[in-house]
Design a protein around this ligand. Structure first.
Ligand code: IMP
Ligand code: MG
Length: 179
């Protein structure tokens, strides 16, 4: 596979689409096995997780729902500084089994904040699912319940992941090429 150019940077192939496909199928089977009958509500984290969430959800057999949410930070007034909010959650999650779908967990900050928000809404259970995980960058202290694969601390694009908004449209995942 040829390297690709996204904006000013060159990326080389890292995880072929076929391997992603097999990983997603394995994760869907694990979720079906563990959560069947629990009527889970999947929450896909926009923007990056849209492709992973779409492919994964197609493979899910159990009765379940999916919703798309986003963590956004805005500048609060006065001394409050940056405030994070959860956008797009329409459903009540009280007493529900919630399954977070994330494309990649890097520092873990996004999921840490999301978990805080969700826990205040009193779900019965929250599971964390991520296609990719960078253990060397991780600073969180939550458990990733379902993981596709661990990767080194490289910047990656493709399969929904972007570099400044571009590069999401590839079926394969690419990593930044060393200069
Ligand atoms: P965290 O909050 O540091 O765990 O970062 C999670 C978010 O950062 C992900 O949802 C991605 O949107 C973005 N991100 C982290 N690493 C990468 C990467 O290598 N490529 C593209 N986006 C990334
Ligand atoms: Mg993301």
């Amino acid at each position: 596979m040829e390297p690709i150019k996204v904006l000013d940077k060159t990326f080389e192939e890292f995880i072929p689409g076929q391997q992603i496909k097999e990983t997603v199928a394995r994760m869907a089977a694990e979720l079906d096995r563990d959560l069947w009958g629990k009527d889970p509500l999947f929450l896909a984290i926009l923007n990056g997780a849209f492709m992973f969430a779409g492919d994964l959800f197609q493979q899910i057999q159990m009765p379940s729902r999916i919703s798309f949410v986003k963590m956004a930070s805005y500048l609060g007034t006065g001394s409050t500084g940056k405030v994070d909010q959860l956008i797009g959650l329409q459903e009540s999650i009280a007493g529900q089994t919630v399954v977070i779908l994330e494309d990649i967990i890097d520092s873990g900050l996004t999921i840490t904040k999301l978990l805080e928000h969700l826990k205040s809404l009193q779900p019965a259970d929250v599971k964390v699912v991520s296609l990719l995980f960078k253990p060397d960058a991780f600073k969180g202290n939550f458990h990733i319940d379902y993981l596709g694969m661990e990767i080194p601390n490289d910047f990656v694009v493709g399969y929904g992941l972007d570099y400044n908004g571009y590069g999401r449209n590839y079926r394969d995942i690419y990593k930044l090429k060393a200069e």
